[in-house]
Design a protein around this ligand. Sequence first.
Ligand SMILES: [Zn+2]
Length: 271
Amino acid sequence: MVASKDMKLFLSVDLEGVTGVNAWEDVRKGTADHDYFRRQMTKEVLVICETALSKGATEVLVKDAHATARNLLMDELPRGVKLFSGWARDPYVMMSGLDKSFSAVMFSGYHSGAFFADSPLAHTMSSENVFYFKINDQYASEFVLNSYIAAYHGVPVIGIVGDEGICRQAREYIPNIVTMPVKKGEGNGVISLGRDEALDLIRRGAEKALSMDFSQCKLELPKHFRCELCFRNHVLAHRASFYPGVKLLNPHTVLWETDDFYEVLRTYFFI
Ligand SMILES: [Zn+2]
């Protein structure tokens, strides 16, 4: 489907993958670094929103999906854009607000997942507690989890802005997705595009993504899910093992299996 008068875009936004972000202080609210990078985060979102609106989007719903979920600066967002700030406390987490009525999903500020070396801030959902999360034996980043949520609602995922590692993984799952890599992890450091080059890249990428036939970017949900969650602390695995359907695989790791993707989310949410 090419952008039409009914086009609705859902944009889930994180902060660790924003241009220039390279340390935890950069993403912790209340620091001078966070004050700076939330502006860059907002600028990157604004470019995507402006492009979507110029392509005829009737609605853009932006989900602020980092930490407090209160990072984006509403002042900067144009008419036609709704901002979902704060956490709904439902199992959709970073994708709350998405439903079947949306035409496409995009991600910005996304970052490499736990057990990848492509960002000093690589993690999946909880940097503190989760050592890794696997679905069907593949390390599942927030991109993977959230793209499956989009697939669960039948909505294609057309574009992603973030570090090179997460862009590479995105292409493995959705070969036609438009990737906008704004930086590259190098050990504990990050090599970023300049601010203006990053915004140009995002504008060009969003333009391309929103002009595509979105159905090329549909991800198929697996028929069966084997989920392994490895905690940094064995006590958390012990605790999680008492949730219905969850068993202890080893002292740090729990396992659950289901054919229903919603049960992947529900279990992850409660353990
Ligand atoms: Zn985050």
